[in-house]
Design a protein around this ligand. Structure first.
Ligand code: FES
Length: 384
């Protein structure tokens, strides 16, 4: 770029030059003619200048607050799952992810807008004309590098950043808070322990099939029609209720909640409660392959599998009697009901969790306990 024009200075001359001279020399060497190089605020301390300064500082400060808000939300916002029957808890829990997105987005946006505004309002916008030259491919010379650095330093100096402490402080706060937010992300995973309280009935490790107290019966109940009507009429399932080859969706019904309409309703709406109760045809039942450790989870020809797909959690609502396949309509995963509901087609990679069932002395089907594994898609350190 400096092949034509004035003669480049010697090293000694270059070392002697001040920044203004270097800026001028850089322009001459590049064949650049600076047409306009106005100082953005020629008169210091005007109201317009102060207003511009406050505007830039506002965005940096907003970025700082949002960055701190992100760190606070990430660590202290109620993040553990709360079932919908705990209205207030569920409300605050459901805002956890939106809060993270909102605060982090605002922190980045505020910093970005602050930088753009600062550049527009305080960095001089020069108008220059440069002749085109053919690059010789030799790379930048020492003179080029020195003059370019001088140009950059000059632009910084003319932007008057040195005397704008409000902008400097707010920019440092904004960038610092964002840095803090970035650092908090890996740290938070050491502070939060998803295994803590895993015994709680409402943790992700349990479903509504967990009894309220040891020994409580949890029946398999059906609904049809509207939830409001059926929540009052509890239809428990007896072993002889289903024809061979039939399937019905069942929900947990705890004795202790018999007169609590709210809890009955919650049992019908909690997402991890629905279970597919299948009665295999006797010829098919003879071909069943059971999962190791779950050999007694069925009752006779009755098998109960969660309806929550192990791919990404859609309801696996379809059971094809002829092939004994359970189908998930979302991404077409298929599970073999004769082979502990293991996936045989589609993106799902794990079997559907099986609910252990039996009958009580009156012939009603009951759960022998909760699922023994987390249902649905993988999360945290799932072992199956
Ligand atoms: S959620 Fe079932 S296949 Fe994707």
């Amino acid at each position: 770029m400096s092949a034509e024009g004035p003669k480049p200075p010697t090293e000694a001359e270059l070392a002697e030059m001040d920044r203004d001279q270097l800026v001028k020399l850089g322009g001459q060497l590049d064949g650049v003619e600076i047409v306009e190089y106005p100082t953005p605020w020629p008169v210091e301390g005007t109201r317009a200048e102060k207003r511009a300064e406050r505007l830039v500082a506002f965005w940096f400060a907003l970025s700082a607050l949002a960055g701190i808000g992100f760190v606070v939300s990430l660590i202290w916002w109620p993040w553990k799952y709360e079932a919908p029957d705990n209205e207030s808890g569920h409300f605050w829990y459901s805002l956890y992810t939106p809060m993270l997105g909102l605060t982090l987005g605002l922190a980045i946006l505020g910093l970005g807008i602050g930088v753009i505004l600062y550049t527009k309002k305080f960095v001089p916008a020069e108008v220059a004309v440069q002749q085109r030259t053919d690059a010789d491919g030799a790379g930048s010379t020492e003179v080029d590098r020195a003059t370019i650095l001088a140009h950059l330093a000059d632009a910084g100096s003319r932007s008057t950043i040195a005397r704008r402490s409000l902008i400097k402080r707010s920019a440092i706060a904004g960038a610092g808070a964002l840095g803090l937010a970035a650092a908090a992300l890996p740290v938070a995973s050491f502070i939060k322990n998803p295994w803590k309280d895993s015994e709680s009935r409402d943790s992700l490790w349990h479903t509504g099939w967990k009894p309220n107290f040891p020994g409580e019966k949890v029946y398999l109940r059906t609904i049809s029609g509207s939830i409001e009507e059926d929540v009052k009429e509890v239809r428990r399932v007896k072993a002889e209720d289903l024809d061979a080859g039939a399937m019905v969706t069942v929900f947990p019904y705890r004795d202790s909640e018999a007169h609590d309409e709210e809890k009955l309703n919650a049992a019908l709406t909690r997402v991890d409660n629905p279970v597919m109760l299948i009665r295999l045809r006797p010829t098919d039942a003879a071909k069943v392959v059971k999962r190791a450790g779950q050999e007694d989870f069925n009752f006779g020809d009755y098998y109960a599998y969660t309806k929550i797909c192990s791919h990404v959690g859609c309801p696996t609502s379809l059971y094809e009697q002829r092939t004994n396949r359970i189908l998930c309509p979302c991404h077409q995963s298929q599970f073999d009901a004769l082979h502990y509901a293991k996936p045989i087609f589609g993106p799902a990679t794990r079997p559907l969790a099986q609910l252990p069932i039996t009958v009580d002395e009156e012939g009603y089907l009951i759960a022998r306990g909760d699922f023994i594994e987390a249902i649905g898609p993988a999360f945290w350190e799932r072992k199956s």
